[in-house]
Design a binder for this molecule. Sequence first.
Ligand SMILES: *Cc1c(COP(=O)(O)O)cnc(C)c1O
Length: 409
Amino acid sequence: MALINEHYLKLQAGYLFPEIGRRVSEFINANPEKKVIKMGIGDVTQPLVPTVIKAFHEAIDEMGKSETFKGYGPEQGYGFLREAIAKNSYQDNGVAIEADDIFISDGSKCDTGNIQEIFGHNNKIGICDPVYPVYADTTVMAGKTGACQDNGYYDGIIYMPCNEENGFIPELPTEVPDLIFLCYPNNPTGTVATKEELKKWVDYALENNSIILYDAAYEAFITEKNIPHSIYEIEGAKKVAIEFRSFSKTAGFTGTRCAYTVIPKELVAYGPEGDAHPVRNLWNRRHSTKFNGVSYPVQKAAAAIFTEQGKKEVTEVITYYLDNARIMRESLTEAGYTVYGGVNAPYVWVKTKNNISSWEFFDKVLNEANVVGTPGSGFGPAGEGYFRFSAFADRENVIEAMNRIKKLT
Ligand SMILES: *Cc1c(COP(=O)(O)O)cnc(C)c1O
């Protein structure tokens, strides 16, 4: 008799986006004449930039000629891309990361989900609330939790609430997690961590032999000078942190798929006898056993982002989204809302007025302004009373949506 991985039975049904979809369809069916503006989902809307498309086409042409055809590439990624990342994303900013610390993959979602399998079953996992759901769900799938409680918390996970009081940076937990997921700039709150705040976490991890799993998917949106782009800007971080970055939000690769994970050689975890092992070697082994690399044209397209012209074009797109975020922030503030994020991230995190719940606010904004956002409570209990607007949208729609929301009473 074939048995299932019973831990899957503990997973809560993906409720948030299906429920949003259901309410939106119901509204559209009842009001077919209304123009609904969607600012809910975290997916990019602008096309790939010309320099990326050109490199993509050229690489496809290479695949069509016997002299330049490529079969399997290196599982860890082509040298040209790993070197371009090491230089442009790290070394040029004074961070000593080498090309062979970098593993190219088809997404940070997969990497943040898969990383746990190289760590022991008994590790305690620390996760922020509110949060990107992948970290908790993959912890459940790995069998590291008990059942889900009524508030959506799984037994066995160390939850770290992020709220107005702590500036959306969690307190150092008293029960020490072995693996700690952090994401800055943050999805969903759009907030960032300063060097001082990150240093506190790096020092805590050093003291406890914990490892920080640092999701920097929105690094390219950082505009303020004193905000670290990489956790490795913090002294000692190479001993305690894995960094995940993606071309998805940086360069519109959500449908093209390319990302990378950085594991410095200095980073170790421990065997049963307290024997230290470089984590990089385990991930290298996993990657080369279970993954056969990202396609050559996609890696060529990704490398084009680091050319002079590529950088310029990608920056223009990011500026476009950040201008949307600024318009949203200013309009919502003018309308009397307390607003977080949107300065170094494409998300604006809004506190509802009069303490109404996230879902009540969702219905109000949908019914009265015909705008769709995401209820904060869908990202965890600490998100209750908040609402996320995404700046991944067309400018005209952003302006119109904000004008409608300003008129709400
Ligand atoms: C969008 C996003 C990613 C990127 O995932 P990909 O699989 O690379 O597309 C990673 N982390 C967070 C928090 C995100 O919002």
